[in-house]
Design a protein around this ligand. Structure first.
Ligand code: PLP
Length: 443
C-alpha cells in the first residue's frame, strides 16, 4: 500500500514555512523562498524532487546513503524485523539477535583489537557517549581528574551539547553561550600543537583526544603524512585515549572500511553512524578496543549509568546487517576506492582547465574542490563563490555541498559507492559547464 498525498507543491511549501524548523538551515531563506527542494524519490545514485527534477546525489545526501537509494532488500529487512520484534530494550542486559549479531560483525570488520560496541541513534550521541565513557574509564582507573577532551580546529563532531563542545568549527559553538566545560582544541594539522596543549594543560588532566580521520564538514581536509602516527605516539606517551570519529569515514567512504586504516594506527575507541545503515535507519555506535573493554569488565562494579531508549534498536541493527551484507556482496568499498581515483583524476583535469579551481583533493569517495581568485597566490574571492556554484550545479543536475566556514570556499562531494565511470564523467561534465559559465561572469 502506498500513502496517497493529495496536496499541491505550493501547499507543501506553505506548510513547511509555517510548521517546520529545519536543522542547519537559514530560517530567513526558508521564509523567503520556501524549502529549497522537496524530494519525493530516490533511486540508485539519483534523487527526484516534487517537480520531477532528477539530480545526481553527489553527497550521498548527508554523506550517508552509501549503497544508494531505493534498495528494496533494505526495506524487506526492516519489514521482517518490524514484523518479528519491532522493539525491545537493551537496558538491564536484556538483549536481542540483531544487536548481538551486529556487535559481533563490527568486531570482525574493525581493525586491530576493536571489539565491543555501545549502540546509539546517531553520530552526535556516539561522540557524547565516547566522551562519557573515556571520563568514566579514568574514574575506574582512579584518575578522576583526567576529564579534559582535546579535539582539532576545523573539526565537526555533531551538535548535542557534548559533541558541539568538541566541535572545532566555531560557528557551531557560538550558537549558544554555554558550552560543556573541559574542551580544548589543537591545531588541526600539527601534532606538535597537541603536544604543546597537553604540556600546558597537564597530561594528568586529559582524558582523550578525538579526531575525524578526514575532516568532512571542515571541507574534506586530509591530514598531512605521518600526522596520525605521531598522534598515536603522543597519546601513548601521555596516557591519553585516542577516539577516531568515523561517522563519515566509517564503512568504506575513503576506500577502506575505516578511515584510520589509511594510517596504520589503532584507536582506543571508534565512533560510527551514517554509513552503518547507509541512512536507511538511524543508528550509531561506539566501538571499544579489547584493552579498554577488558578494563571496564575488570573494574566496573555497578550499573553503567548511560544509555538511550534506542541503543541497539532491533530494526536499525537488522538494517545495518543487511547494509554490511550488501557492501561485502557487491564489493562496494573497493568500488569507492577505484571510483574515488577516477573522480580525483576528473578534478585534476578541471584544475588544469579552470582558472578558479585551486587545490583539489580526495580520499576514496570523499573529495573537494577549492575555489580561488588567483591560483598562484591562493587568493580567495572576497565573497565566496561556492554557494553560487552549488546552486548552479543543482540546476544542472548535481547535488554537492558548499563549505564556506572558517574562510573556506570549497565544494565537497561524496557520491554513493555504486557510482560508475559513466556517472563520474557526467559529474565532471556538469562541473566543467558550470565552472565555465561562472568563470566568464566573475572575470
Ligand atoms: N561526527 C562527524 C564526523 C560528522 O560528520 C557528523 C555529522 O555530519 C557527526 C559526528 C554527527 O552525526 P549526527 O548528525 O548523526 O548526530
Amino acid at each position: 500500500m502506498t500513502i496517497q498525498v493529495d496536496i499541491s507543491m505550493n501547499e507543501l511549501q506553505q506548510l513547511d514555512k509555517q510548521h517546520f524548523l529545519h536543522p542547519s538551515s537559514s530560517i530567513k531563506q526558508q521564509q523567503e523562498h520556501g524549502p529549497a527542494f522537496i524530494f519525493t524519490e530516490g533511486n540508485g545514485i539519483y534523487l527526484k524532487d516534487i517537480s520531477g527534477k532528477k539530480v545526481i546525489d553527489g553527497l550521498s545526501s548527508l554523506w550517508n546513503v552509501n549503497i544508494g537509494h531505493g534498495r528494496k532488500e533494505m526495506g524487506q529487512a526492516a519489514f521482517d524485523q518490524m514484523s518479528k520484534l519491532a522493539y525491545s530494550s537493551c537496558f538491564a542486559t536484556f538483549s536481542h539477535e540483531p544487536a548481538i549479531l551486529l556487535a559481533a560483525k563490527l568486531a570482525e570488520l574493525t581493525p586491530g583489537d576493536l571489539n565491543a560496541t555501545f549502540f546509539t541513534s546517531g553520530g552526535s550521541e556516539s561522540n557524547d557517549t565516547a566522551i562519557k565513557l573515556v571520563r568514566h574509564y579514568w574514574i575506574l582507573k582512579n584518575q578522576p581528574q583526567k576529564k579534559k577532551i582535546i579535539s582539532r580546529t576545523k573539526s565537526y563532531h555533531g551538535l548535542t551539547i557534548g559533541a558541539t563542545s568538541a566541535t572545532g568549527i566555531k560557528v557551531f559553538r557560538d550558537f549558544t553561550q554555554s558550552l560543556a566545560p573541559d574542551f580544548y582544541y589543537a591545531d588541526h594539522f600539527s601534532p606538535e600543537s597537541l603536544r604543546e596543549l597537553i604540556e600546558v594543560e597537564g597530561p594528568d588532566t586529559i582524558a582523550a583526544f578525538i579526531s575525524e580521520p578526514v575532516q568532512g564538514t571542515g571541507g574534506v581536509l586530509i591530514a598531512p603524512d605521518g600526522y596520525f602516527q605521531e598522534i598515536r605516539k603522543i597519546c601513548d606517551e601521555y596516557h591519553i585515549l585516542f577516539i577516531s570519529d568515523e561517522v563519515i569515514t566509517g564503512f568504506g567512504r575513503t576506500g577502506k572500511y575505516f578511515g584510520i586504516e589509511h594510517y596504520g594506527v589503532i584507536p582506543d575507541m571508534m565512533t560510527v553512524a551514517k554509513g552503518i545503515t547507509s541512512g536507511y535507519a538511524p543508528l550509531g555506535g561506539v566501538i571499544l578496543s579489547q584493552k579498554i573493554h577488558h578494563e571496564f569488565i575488570e573494574l566496573s562494579t555497578e550499573t553503567l549509568f548511560h544509555g538511550y531508549t534506542y541503543s541497539g534498536h532491533p530494526v536499525s541493527c537488522a538494517v545495518a546487517l543487511k547494509n554490511i551484507e550488501i557492501l561485502e556482496r557487491e564489493k562496494l568499498v573497493e568500488n569507492a576506492r577505484v571510483m574515488g581515483e577516477e573522480l580525483l583524476k576528473g578534478f585534476q583535469w578541471l584544475q588544469k582547465e579552470h582558472e578558479i579551481v585551486g587545490e583539489v583533493r580526495g580520499l576514496g569517495l570523499m573529495a573537494a574542490i577549492e575555489l580561488v581568485q588567483d591560483k598562484a597566490t591562493h587568493t580567495r574571492f572576497a565573497k565566496p563563490l561556492a554557494p553560487t556554484i552549488a546552486t548552479e550545479l543543482m540546476k544542472r543536475g548535481l547535488n554537492c555541498r558548499a563549505v564556506v566556514l572558517e574562510g573556506a570556499d570549497t565544494l565537497v562531494f561524496a557520491p554513493p559507492f555504486i557510482i560508475t565511470p559513466k556517472v563520474v564523467n557526467r559529474m565532471i561534465e556538469i562541473l566543467h559547464d558550470t565552472l565555465s559559465i561562472v568563470e566568464s561572469s566573475s572575470h
